[in-house]
Write a protein that binds this ligand. Sequence first.
Ligand SMILES: Cc1cc2nc3c(=O)[nH]c(=O)nc-3n(C[C@H](O)[C@H](O)[C@H](O)COP(=O)(O)OP(=O)(O)OC[C@H]3O[C@@H](n4cnc5c(N)ncnc54)[C@H](O)[C@@H]3O)c2cc1C
Length: 389
Amino acid sequence: MARFPGVDYLEFDSLLSEQELLVRQTARQFVDDRVLPLMREAYNSATFPKQLIPEMAELGFFGANLEGYGCAGMNNVEYGLIMQELERGDSGVRSFVSVQGALVMYPIHTYGSEEQKERWLPQLQAGRAIGCFGLTEPGFGSNPSGMRTTAEKRGNKWVLNGEKTWITNGSVAEVAVVWARTPEGIRGFLVEAGTPGYSTGDIHGKLSMRASVTSSLHLADCQIPEENQLPCGKGLKAALSCLSQARFGIGWGVLGAAMDCFETARSYSLTRKQFDDKPLAGHQLVQEKLAWMITEITKGQLLAYHVAKLKDAGKVEAAHISMLKRNNVAMALECARLSRDLLGANGIMDEYPIMRHMCNLETVKTYEGTDHIHALVIGEKVTGVAAYR
Ligand SMILES: Cc1cc2nc3c(=O)[nH]c(=O)nc-3n(C[C@H](O)[C@H](O)[C@H](O)COP(=O)(O)OP(=O)(O)OC[C@H]3O[C@@H](n4cnc5c(N)ncnc54)[C@H](O)[C@@H]3O)c2cc1C
């Protein structure tokens, strides 16, 4: 049996099918048995636990909500529940799975040629190949439309020049989905590791998302065959559609981090005693914090569930996913801060997961569209006025 009891204040589980409960149970047990025992050491040594890759592939986690090519074809609730459990383990592990599925397999599945799909999707699904997604540049983070990386057609080759930075899995990837400017607008390209003119370098010194590889990609007259362009994805909107997939997973994933923080603080407050041998849980101000957390987690679960249902019905909009990502990340960060407070001095120790989640969530707040940018997406939806510039 899994050790994590789950967080279910409002009979959320009554919304889930038998199959959805089974998927969550499988992911929950995997995280309890295989992920959590590794994370303290992995985080402290800034190492991604790569021994988990074949096991996650075997469980169908990579590209779980895609159809065909060996993918599990799960619905979006099942996919979201996997993300939730993985991020309960660590945001770095969830990020690995998000990048592989939502940012590499999804664009190949959606915008790739049949040859690209047959070549890459089965390998990526099986974890025999790792992918990365290169959009951000040193000068262009929140505004990728300004990107300077170019792709120029020379004969039957594309020649890429530019630099991408903050790329998850960059140096360990066999294939990079790189977005570059062409005379016909921004397009996606598959750049294989080992191609002359393509190199990577890792970013060190991160105090957040330590159990995740983050790299820069350098493209210097990097020549790739013309058939490595993603033929069906045109313009920045193709890249942004991939981000919507990943942001959806984040909106679920951070629920797991928040649940872990809540459950850690709840159980700690029942055993730690202060003033007249009274458990912390018996003090009103402590209960107020726990009440805030469980209320916000429950609201976050319902938001995630409804957005998943809209996604399954083909009705989800990017602005819906912006609300999910922005709300749930901010909620999870506040849960981490409140939990840290409730553990007092022990809250800063690595024997508890709280500081690790809190530090990770600072990255999650920034990547895949910052809190501000998602506020602007929501603002544009309700006013009709774009206020990005
Ligand atoms: C660990 C990690 C992994 C990552 N992985 C990837 C990856 O795999 N692939 C990839 O392509 N990228 C990746 N990123 C990059 C990430 O997507 C960017 O960091 C993010 O888009 C923000 O860009 P920036 O860091 O340049 O911040 P900036 O865009 O410089 O923003 C800085 C601040 O200014 C605010 N701001 C900017 N513009 C506005 C505005 N118009 N109105 C109000 N506020 C504004 C922002 O909200 C933020 O608070 C990763 C980042 C991290 C930290």
